[in-house]
Design a protein around this ligand. Sequence first.
Ligand SMILES: Nc1ncnc2c1ncn2[C@@H]1O[C@H](COP(=O)(O)OP(=O)(O)OP(=O)(O)O)[C@@H](O)[C@H]1O
Length: 651
Amino acid sequence: MVLKNDLSAIRNDSPLLLTRNLLHRSSSTPCLSPTGREIQQKDQSGPIEILGHSDSFDRTKNLVKEIVKAMKIGVDPIPVHNGLGGAYYFRNSRGESVAIVKPTDEEPFAPNNPKGFVGKALGQPGLKRSVRVGETGFREVAAYLLDYGHFANVPPTALVKITHSIFNVNDGVSGNKPHNNKLVSKIASLQQFIPHDFDASDHGTSSFPVAAVHRIGILDIRIFNTDRHAGNLLVRKLDGVGRFGLVELIPIDHGLCLPESLEDPYFEWIHWPQASIPFSEDELAYIENLEPVGESAMLRRKLPMIREACLRVFVLCTIFLKSAAAFGLCLAEIGEMMSREFRGGEEEPSELEVVCMEARRLIAEREVLSPKAEAGDEEFQFDIDCEEEEFDFTPKIASDDFMTRAPSHFGFGSGNGRFPLSKLEENIEEEEENGEEEEKGFIGLPVLERIPTVSKLSTSLKNISFGEKSQKYQKFSGPIPENGYLVSSSSGHRSANEQLPASVSFVKLADMNEEEWDLFLEKFHDLLYPAFAKRKSVTLGQRQRQRLDARQREDKPFKTSLGELENLGRTELEIRCCFGGKCLKTTRSSEKKTSQTRLAPALYLFGHSSMDAGRKSNFLPYGMDFNNTRTGRFTYWLLICRLWNVRLTHN
Ligand SMILES: Nc1ncnc2c1ncn2[C@@H]1O[C@H](COP(=O)(O)OP(=O)(O)OP(=O)(O)O)[C@@H](O)[C@H]1O
């Protein structure tokens, strides 16, 4: 039913799934309860209804039947205590968990979150800035739909309208309201429950099949997963005749993939040895057959609420993956090129972002040099420019000029009609900015973007793109962010925003019109080859050089293996893994674990990854006392993990 700003035809407790065509700000609200009382229609639907039609949902349909049958005989769901969002295991008639249901309005920070993580309205930036509160559900489904042939093993997932009294509804003032057994309908993701033995944070990674890691990594890259921590990989033992030690990996929790703009992804597998092994022929063939444009169309059809901005990120990343794999890069290298680094306390754009920024600069520069308004024959002019500028990496404008002449698409200054890109302000970001202003008291900060510090660049674009560090922030008229983060005003109370650092967005994709987007992709594609080539050469050189540097810098012996560690005996160790000063992100799930788990990444840095939750003795082949690690005699800092640059000191 199309509702033209009039919700009176809807029952007051009926969940609505709205897409963002007509309504402003609340347009993304996936679940509303209008209060109109005059017209009440009886809800004829069953307790669980799958939203959308697709053969891909066949397995989920059977699951739903099982659950409904169980509900009728009184088998209730069980709340899931793990995780930050509201989640419920739904069971079959035998009482076995068969599905996990996550209501969209119980996500972290959403109004009905049962675990105290509230404070934002649906549609506002959520746990990740570029994923809005209430919008993780359709992303879970998108990941499943994109996992053709069950390549990465994503469990069947669908969006459902589901009615049950177990769901949480907060009273809006003091948190949870006492449970009153009232039936509530919600929009939720419903995913098949997969029985498993561990998650990847509990288990040594050495037994993970290379193919499974590659397949999950390929998916993560396509969908730009910002949340692939070890807890989001379930591990199932396949022990049986001739299969001892084999495990299967099941990727879950894809709610934070497909962000609306590029940010810092999180790929737990990036430092696993499997990720450095070249892709197999099968994997290369799979990647080659990916068709981002067709896949986007499929997503639009099956998940009409998906935002175009998300699809652009998806298209971009798939192109990136295809080109990188064809070039011969391995999974780890591709993941690294997509990841940001911290240098000198500042977050720097990833190599992928740098290529994007450069592609945007090239098209903006062309617009500046040949404004369409004066061109007469636009197309003709366009083509000529294209030929002239192809592969020309020479800076054409001094940095200051650059700031004033082509500012608007980076969010500086006010664009005018001379710069066609400036006309294309993206609604989404306007909404976000307004939201930020309201919540944080920001005034006059045009967009959450900055000209970055480009000291990192391992691409050949380094010297030509953005010039000096001095270009960042100072040109904003708004408040000066500290250390690359927006500083929040102290408003006296802790909002959800204040609890989270706002990550910066270095490059916009959503503000281009179709023509510019096509052109951008063309430029992007052209720039990839030099970036990959540079990456390859830098990687090789770096490994050698950094080992040497580390040895020279270190006043204590530089150790590279557990064998050498043995010499240190049972003394306190400080293990510091440094690479450019970036912190290894500890995952939320591993934080919950003992130091045993936390030490695991450090150990596999030394090529020893056979930690097994059930066999702690694996930790002790070199004379270290495991019990001491638990009581804290081992302390360690994990600042970026790179295998070739591990510093050890002992005192
Ligand atoms: N398909 C599944 N099969 C079995 N167990 C699952 C499945 N999906 C999730 N779980 C379990 O439920 C827990 C919570 O799920 P999930 O991580 O998706 O929720 P979340 O609120 O998004 O968590 P987080 O805050 O860690 O991102 C997981 O830690 C896992 O143990």
